[in-house]
Design a protein around this ligand. Structure first.
Ligand SMILES: [Zn+2]
Length: 74
């Protein structure tokens, strides 16, 4: 492996870093509570989130700004 390959791999990981879930400004919107809520993820292998307030999984996950404009959150 050449030095250039190492540079490329390093850049790749830096870019990949940007897509990490923790680094998104994501929020959870409960369509039943009609507000931004905290959620539980009962099984880490499923992309299923449960509302901490009503315990239903009618959850939309996206950026806070998007949820705000799409669901007209005040
Ligand atoms: Zn809810």
């Amino acid at each position: 492996m050449s030095y250039n390959d190492l540079i490329n791999i390093d850049e790749f990981w830096q870019k990949k870093e940007e897509f990490k879930e923790e680094r998104w400004d994501v929020a959870f919107y409960c369509k039943d509570c009609r507000k931004i809520v905290q959620t539980n993820r009962p099984n880490p292998n499923w992309y299923k989130f449960v509302c901490n307030e009503c315990w239903w999984s009618n959850i939309a996950i996206w950026t806070f700004e998007w949820l705000k404009s799409n669901y007209k959150i005040k």
